[in-house]
Design a protein around this ligand. Structure first.
Ligand code: FES
Length: 395
């Protein structure tokens, strides 16, 4: 049922889905890849925006049940136009399936004890939805399920929202006793993640003339966050900063770098400086060469293909008078990135990890009853008495 739900969306994605769901051997371990998702066709844009604008974990608006749908409706046409300009839809499902296929192949080699591994995609705002995916893994009869966030840097607004959606799904439903669940909610400081970002930057540094190369400013850019969320104690800003610091160390160059923030929505203050403002400001200071590095996205989507490539590189930078601006590719299917994911998941399984105390703790100023019940849910979902836990440690 799940495959028919989302395999209709594009021919490439459909082929990948068919490949993924027709695996002959019964999967033993599910790797559930969480992400926000993106509309695969322009007719999904309205529902996608509606779901984002009414998700209070993602964004908090006054009278949200009315204002959220109103904003979504108002923005639909403009956002549809953007998706048309990048080929008619988001490639996030395609990339996630490619990454999942490569990851599980690698895990089968690394961990024969927990093989066969099978990847599942659980998106928050477009199919395949979290609820359909969890229904599917129950039907497939897996023994072990690793909930693996595809946001390396944790935020209560993104990974947290996906986790809350899982807790919602099990609100009026029996938790399957035969599945051992565990959670990987963050992996911002993994050395191979830093290495793949460094590789992606090197690919672009090579495009500059030798004389200009040392003067290129490396501008790391990540999705911004409302300052209200930052003040609540969301860990996202410092986790993004940790990936930046490790990437620069891995890169080993003397070029200057900065972390800036993109994709702000609405009138309230968000984390600054904004990427477009920073590009203009550096142009005024006389900078001529930049590399934009999307440091919080593991695959291409609208924020890289439209906002960075079309709006910032093609329009803002040219208008500001910069001579050369390059945009580093997202990790996508880079072999180092697949190794990074495989290392994160295999270490997690080998060490018999369940759920981290970091994930179970709340932001200091969190007052959300939803967060409170969700954390308790994951504690119950993943906790196992010591002797059962022992039996699942792969040696
Ligand atoms: Fe961060 Fe609730 S807002 S735990």
């Amino acid at each position: 049922m799940l495959s028919s739900l989302y395999c209709r969306t594009s021919s490439i994605a459909a082929q990948l889905c068919a490949a993924s769901y027709s695996t002959a051997a019964k999967p033993k371990t599910a790797i559930i890849m969480l992400n926000m998702g993106g509309p695969t066709t322009t007719d999904q844009v309205g529902d996608y925006l509606h779901r984002i604008m009414t998700d209070r974990d993602m964004i908090q608006l006054p009278v949200q049940s009315r204002l959220g749908p109103w904003i979504a409706k108002r923005r639909t046409e403009e956002v549809q136009k953007k998706y048309k300009e990048i080929g008619g839809g988001s490639p996030i499902l395609k990339w996630t399936n490619i990454q999942g296929e490569l990851l599980t192949k690698k895990l089968d080699q690394l961990l024969p004890e927990s093989a066969p591994h099978k990847h599942y995609v659980a998106f928050r705002y477009v199919p395949p939805f979290t609820s359909d995916t969890f229904t599917q893994i129950e039907q497939d009869g897996v023994e072990r399920a690793v909930i693996f966030s595809q946001y390396p840097q944790y935020s209560c607004a993104t990974a947290g929202s996906s986790m809350n959606a899982i807790a919602d799904f099990y609100k009026n439903r029996q938790i399957p006793k035969h599945i051992k669940f565990s959670v990987i909610e963050r992996w911002a400081s993994h050395p191979l993640l830093a290495r793949v970002f460094a590789e992606r930057i090197r690919e672009k540094l090579d495009k500059f003339q030798r004389n200009d190369r040392d003067h290129v400013l490396i501008m790391f850019t990540a999705h911004s966050l409302p300052l209200k969320a930052v003040s609540r104690g969301d860990t996202y800003p410092h986790e993004v900063a940790s990936t930046v610091a490790l990437t620069m160390r891995e890169l080993g160059v003397r070029n200057p770098h900065r972390l800036v923030w993109q994709s702000k929505v609405g009138p309230l203050p968000w984390l600054q400086p904004y990427t477009d403002d920073a590009i203009k400001a550096y142009a005024k200071q006389g900078r001529k060469h930049l590399i934009l590095v999307p440091i919080a996205f593991v695959n291409e989507h609208i924020e890289t293909l439209h906002e960075l490539d079309i709006e910032y590189c093609d329009e803002v930078a040219k208008e500001a008078g910069l001579t050369q601006v390059e945009r580093a590719a997202a990790p996508n299917d880079h072999p180092i990135f697949i190794d990074a994911m495989a290392d994160v998941v295999s270490q997690h399984i080998k060490n018999g990890e369940t759920v981290s105390s970091q994930f179970l703790s709340r932001c200091p100023h969190c007052v959300s009853a939803r967060c409170q019940s969700s954390k308790q849910f994951f504690k119950d979902l993943c906790y196992e008495p010591a002797q059962m836990k022992e039996s699942f440690i792969v040696t």
